[in-house]
Design a protein around this ligand. Structure first.
Ligand code: HMG
Length: 396
C-alpha cells in the first residue's frame, strides 16, 4: 500500500518550452517519392509532417532555443538555474556535453552543475529523474533545474525508418511547487532490459534499428514499467488517469501501447483513445520522432490541444528508450497550466515546406564539413550553428 511521503507531489515541471526546425516535409510527398501508398505513412504510422533540421540548426541550437522559450513562458531567468542536464542521443561531441554549449549561449551561472545524459530516447527522462532527486535531496538550495531533451532523428534515405525521423527539443524547468505538472516520485515504475532493438555505433551518423523487434521491445517494457508503477501505487486502486502520454516515435506506436494498457486494465481501447490519448498526439504528428523530447512534446500537445480543463487531474507518462530503459509515472496538472499553450500550434504553421529533393539535399549536406563563417551571424537573435573552426563548433 502506498505511503504518503514528502516527495509525492512536491516537485515537478515548472515551465516548458519547445523548439522545432524551421522546415518540414509532408509525409504524403515522401511516400509518393518512395513508391509507397501515402496512407501507409499518414494512417499506418500516424504522422503527417516530418521536421527537417537546416544546416544552421543542430542539437545545440534547438536546445538553446527550447530553453529560451521555457524561460520566457515561465518568467525564469538563467540566474535561477543550479543544474542543467541535456538528454540527447545525437550529441555534437564525444567529450564536450551539449549542456556546455547551452551554458555559453544562455549565460547560465558558473556555479551551475552541467552535464549530458544518454540512454536513447530515455535520456531526457533520466535527466528529469536526476533533477527531481536533486531537488528532493536538498542540494538545490533554492535553485531550479533545467532539463533539455534535444535530438535530430536520422535513419537514412530510403530506409524503413526514414518516415519516422524528425527533430526538435523540449526544455523543462524543474522546481518546487511547480506551476505545470507535479510528479509523484513515490510511484515511478522502472523497467530495463539489455536488448539490441535500436543503436548507433560510434562511427555512424544514422541509427541502426531492428524495426519490428523494437516495437515488441517497447511493448514488453511498457508491460514491465506499468506493473512496477501499479505495484508501487497499490494494486487495489484503479489506474484511471485523465490523460495518457506515451513515448511517440510515431502515433501508431502510442496506439499500440494504449491498446495494451486497456487490455491490462480491462478497458475499451477505441472509446478511451480519442479522449485520453489523441490530444497528446496532435503536435507530434506534425513533427515526427524527436527521440528524448518525444514524451514531453506529447505533454506540450496535451496542454495545447485538450478540449477539457485538466486542472488538478492526473496524467500518466510512459518513457521508453531503446536498449532499453523505460519508466511509467504519474503527474498532477497544476490549475492554470494550460494557459498560453495553444500558441504552440500556430507556431507550427510558420515553417517552410520542403520538396523531397530539397529535404534529400539538406540530409546529405549534414555530412559535409562546414567551415565557420562569422559573416553569417544571426540577425534574429536565435542561436545558429555557423560551422567548425579548427575543430571547434561555432555558434552565433
Ligand atoms: P515498415 O515495416 O515499413 O512498416 O516499418 P509496416 O509494414 O510495419 O507498416 C506500418 C503500419 O502501416 C502497419 O500498421 C501497417 O498495417 C500499416 P500496424 O499493422 O502496425 O498497425 N499500413 C497501412 N496503413 C494504411 N494504408 C496502407 C498501409 N500499408 C501499411 N496502404 C517501422 C515500420 C516502424 C518498423 C519502421 O518505420 C521503423 O523501423 N521505424 C524506426 C523504429 C521505431 O520507430 N520503433 C518504434 C519502437 S522503438 C522506440 O520507440 C525507440 C526509438 O524512439 C529510439 C530510441 O529510443 O532512441 C525508435
Amino acid at each position: 500500500m502506498l505511503q504518503c511521503n514528502m516527495t509525492q507531489f512536491s516537485y515537478g515541471i515548472d515551465a516548458l518550452g519547445v523548439a522545432v526546425p524551421s522546415a518540414y516535409v509532408p509525409l504524403e510527398d515522401l511516400a509518393l517519392a518512395r513508391g509507397v501508398p501515402p496512407l501507409k505513412y499518414t494512417e499506418g504510422l500516424g504522422t503527417s509532417l516530418m521536421a527537417v533540421a537546416g544546416p544552421d540548426e543542430d542539437t545545440v541550437t534547438l536546445a538553446a532555443r527550447a530553453a529560451a522559450d521555457a524561460f520566457e513562458r515561465g518568467g525564469v531567468s538563467a540566474a535561477d538555474i543550479g543544474l542543467c542536464i541535456v538528454g540527447t542521443e545525437t550529441a555534437v561531441d564525444h567529450s564536450k556535453p551539449v549542456s556546455s554549449f547551452v551554458q555559453g549561449l544562455l549565460g547560465l551561472p558558473a556555479n551551475c552543475r552541467i552535464f549530458e545524459t544518454k540512454h536513447a530516447c530515455y535520456g531526457g527522462t533520466a535527466g528529469l529523474m536526476t533533477a527531481l532527486d536533486w531537488l528532493a535531496s536538498g542540494s538545490a538550495r533554492g535553485k531550479k533545474a533545467l532539463v533539455i531533451c534535444s535530438d535530430i532523428a536520422r535513419y537514412g534515405l530510403g530506409s524503413p525508418g526514414e518516415p519516422t525521423q524528425g527533430a526538435g527539443s523540449v526544455a523543462l524547468v524543474i522546481g518546487e511547487a511547480p506551476r505545470l505538472v507535479a510528479i509523484d516520485m513515490a510511484t515511478v515504475g522502472t523497467h530495463s532490459n539489455h536488448v539490441y532493438d535500436f543503436w548507433r555505433p560510434l562511427e555512424s551518423k544514422d541509427a541502426f534499428v531492428d524495426g519490428h523487434y523494437s516495437v515488441t521491445c517497447y511493448l514488453d517494457a511498457f508491460r514491465g514499467a506499468h506493473a512496477e508503477h501499479r505495484r508501487l501505487a497499490g494494486t487495489d486502486r484503479p489506474d484511471r488517469p485523465s490523460a495518457l502520454l506515451y513515448h511517440v516515435p510515431y502515433g501508431k506506436m502510442a496506439h499500440k501501447a494504449h491498446r495494451l494498457w486497456c487490455e491490462l486494465e480491462g478497458l475499451d481501447a477505441v472509446e478511451s483513445f480519442e479522449r485520453l490519448v489523441a490530444p497528446g498526439l496532435v503536435i507530434p504528428s506534425r513533427i515526427g520522432n524527436v527521440y528524448t523530447g518525444s514524451l514531453y512534446l506529447a505533454l506540450a500537445s496535451l496542454l495545447a490541444c485538450s478540449p477539457e480543463s485538466l486542472d488538478g487531474r492526473d496524467v500518466s507518462f510512459f518513457s521508453y528508450g531503446s536498449g532499453s530503459c523505460a519508466e511509467r509515472f504519474r503527474g498532477r496538472v497544476t490549475p492554470g497550466a494550460q494557459r498560453g499553450f495553444a500558441s504552440l500550434l500556430a507556431r507550427l504553421d510558420d515553417r517552410r515546406k520542403l520538396t523531397v529533393a530539397e529535404y534529400e539535399a539538406m540530409f546529405r549536406s549534414r555530412d559535409e564539413p562546414r567551415l565557420a563563417s562569422m559573416s553569417e551571424a544571426s540577425a534574429s537573435g536565435r542561436a545558429r550553428f555557423l560551422g567548425v573552426d579548427a575543430g571547434k563548433r561555432v555558434y552565433g
